[in-house]
Ligand binder design. Structure first.
Ligand code: TRP
Length: 326
């Protein structure tokens, strides 16, 4: 089980960091992937763009290979029992613990005039999403580990007080290093919110992709054979390894090692390989977004699967809690 916030376009970092994992998981597990529209309300109370953002995030995930026939792909708000479980878990979550959560403290710092109760209990809602399906594996990045730890705490408190209902959810990534896709300006990794010109979005058109790649930082090249690569150069190689053919990467590696590399040529090659990688996904996204009826059918089907699983869990939850009077 995992959730995707509908705030911002997907980029290459999300693709290689998260979605690729989902696509692999869908072949081996019973999966629930959810668009976290309710979570987005904690920081984005203005809902003017919510509908189009939810559609886009669904379309982008499907275009990347998530198969709505194999997984339950649904919207959080289409599964109302989420709110019920959130309420029960709220009684097992302590204010002091919630206030210590790193993401909460960050959000308070960023937006001190909107410290709402929903923001404080964000990890409780996330735990509800996961526990609703009694999920064991949760593919998430490092930034969500603390939330997952809190979900385990609520599981243990619940099971201890009311009986074994939930397994302990754990982070999952096929025992691989999480892929970090470097940003094009040589600082950090690609991200939704930071420097947009340094991040390649799945929605970027071909010209934009070329422009961004060609702007990537380089220098005048190595002066001694087999020199260590500066970070920003290693980043370009890293991006190339993600989307270019192996022999192409090898050629530039050996050019680098014998000091004959021309970064202009390398970036041109990378730009074309990026275009070839991103444009088919972008075209698929557009086709999916153009078919509103189809999208609706996908959401309905996902909601049906998710509600079925949620319903079974909530029967158990109410019974074990003693909320059953006839
Ligand atoms: N909090 C997650 C994020 O910001 C999104 C999310 C919501 C989630 N519910 C979840 C992730 C349940 C995993 C499981 O990315």
């Amino acid at each position: 089980m995992s959730g995707i916030r509908p705030t911002g376009f997907l980029h290459l970092g999300t693709f290689f960091g998260a979605i690729r994992n989902y696509i692999r998981m869908q072949e081996e597990f019973e999966c629930y992937f959810m668009v976290a529209d309710l979570h987005s309300l904690t920081t984005h109370p203005d809902t003017k763009e919510l509908r189009s953002n939810v559609h886009r995030v669904l379309a982008e995930n499907i275009a990347c290979g998530l198969d709505p026939d194999k997984v339950a792909l649904y919207c959080q708000s289409h599964v109302p029992e989420t709110a019920e479980l959130y309420l029960y878990l709220g009684m097992l979550a302590y204010k002091g613990e919630l206030e210590k959560t790193t993401t909460f403290k960050d959000k308070v710092r960023q937006n001190p005039q909107n410290v709402n109760a929903g923001l404080l209990t964000y990890p409780v809602l996330m735990a509800a999403d996961i526990l609703l399906h009694r999920a064991k594996y949760v593919p998430v990045g490092k930034d969500q580990e603390q939330h997952l730890e809190m979900a385990r705490t609520y599981v243990n408190r619940f099971n201890h007080r009311y009986g074994e209902v939930f397994p302990e959810p754990q982070a999952f990534n096929f025992n691989q290093q999480l892929v970090k896709v470097p940003s094009l300006d040589g600082t950090g990794k690609m991200s939704k919110s930071e420097n947009q010109m340094a991040t390649l979005y799945l929605a970027d058109d071909d010209e934009m992709i070329r422009k961004k790649v060609m702007k990537a930082k380089t220098d005048s090249g190595p002066t001694v054979p087999h020199a260590p690569k500066p970070d920003y150069i290693e980043n370009i190689f890293m991006l190339m390894r993600l989307v270019s053919a192996a022999d192409v990467v090898e050629k530039f590696e050996s050019d680098y090692n014998n000091c004959s590399i021309r970064y202009g040529d390398m970036k041109k090659q990378l730009a074309e390989d990026m275009v070839n990688f991103i444009s088919p996904i972008r075209n698929k996204v557009d086709a999916i977004l153009g078919d509103e009826k189809g999208l609706q059918a996908i959401m309905e089907k996902g909601a049906e699967k998710a509600n079925k699983s949620a319903h079974a869990t909530m029967q158990l939850v109410r019974e074990s809690m003693g909320l059953k009077y006839y």
